[in-house]
Ligand binder design. Sequence first.
Ligand code: IMP
Length: 424
Amino acid sequence: MPATVIVGAQWGDEGKGKIVDLLAQDSDLVCRYQGGPNAGHTVIVDGETFKFRHLPSGILSGKISVLGAGCVVDPEVLLEELDGLEERGISSEPLRISGNAHLIMPWHIAIDGASEKRLGKLQIGTTRRGIGPAYADKAARIGIRVQDLLDPKILRQKIETALAEKNVWLERVYEHEPFELEEVAARHEEFARRLRPYVADTSLLVDRALAQGERVLLEGAQGTLLDLDHGTYPFVTSSNPTAGAAATGIGIGPTRIDAVIGVSKAYVTRVGAGPFPSEMEPALAGRVRELGQEYGTVTGRERRPGWLDLVALRYAVRLNGITSLALTKLDVLSAFHELEVCVRYRLPDGTETRDFPAHQSDFHHAEPVFERVDGWTEPLDECATLDDLPAAARAYVGLVERELGVPVELVGTGAAREQVLARS
Ligand code: IMP
């Protein structure tokens, strides 16, 4: 498939990095279309673990790796990641950054943290990486863009203009120390010097690659239910992880996209606050957290585990136009004689629905209706294809396919790159 979107079908952390890394082997370009260092991708290759926040996982395979216009870039984090790769002998040369992407500036990080603190019990539970404030400035048309790094005079001018306003907010509203112009300008001039070689017209690059029949992976960060427009607002991120945004975020037309692979865990996890109908009770949640090592890649926070939620997954299939599913971490469930799957929600008026509620208060009060299915306890390490899975695991995959009307083409059975079973 020339242009394939890989999208998180849940609340993020579905194991997209691993699927992207695998498919990147057969791709020419790997592009991120939204988000910033709030993402956390873990990829294990030959026993070596790589954790990425910014970089598309394709960089490990030496593929042209794009940060598209829809991304927000923290230059400090990005450079740290690039240095880390170079230290391990992996070249950063294939990286291309869109000049239209916006920069996360130090005040965005300060405001993210301070505003969460102010919200107290009502906080969103952000990653505190400055994501929301950076996208807010972009929408307000006062952001600083990657292309501003190309001209030291413009860069300094923009920092000066921004600081004149941000420092007032920081001091008066958030009781935060102001930033010092000279210091920020000098640091950013150094970042600019190092990042300039990577700035490119990535929209043109991807268009040309597609015109030449090259294979392009468009990698979403976070997940469908964290989408700013269609997720569980306000407990969402500030960009659009859903597949439609891949076109805008990269700068290609939607008709160029051929396939959308939705990545879902065989169960669900969520970090941060917000309603979560299929959440497991604490003892079970603790067990799954340990079995699946469910701790945030970026923040180290405990993730909240829940049973697979087919209502939410059906919504993800609809919103993204998912053409096939990758079901990750099936091995984590190899410890239960019985599993539960959320097949419907019971709404406050007593009705039951298979469709995701359109209104927040229905979702907040939705009770999960579970179906019990047989579990399995055999390890999955020896399976070579989907047909080798234990009968109960095959039935579990079959249930997902039947309920959603979408084929499960890939199943994850362990952390390493090769531990993915394909349908064919
Ligand atoms: P922000 O993206 O840092 O603004 O955080 C907003 C919400 O998205 C919070 O609930 C975060 O926990 C969640 N979030 C952001 N990035 C990720 C991710 O990569 N995986 C899972 N949750 C995320």
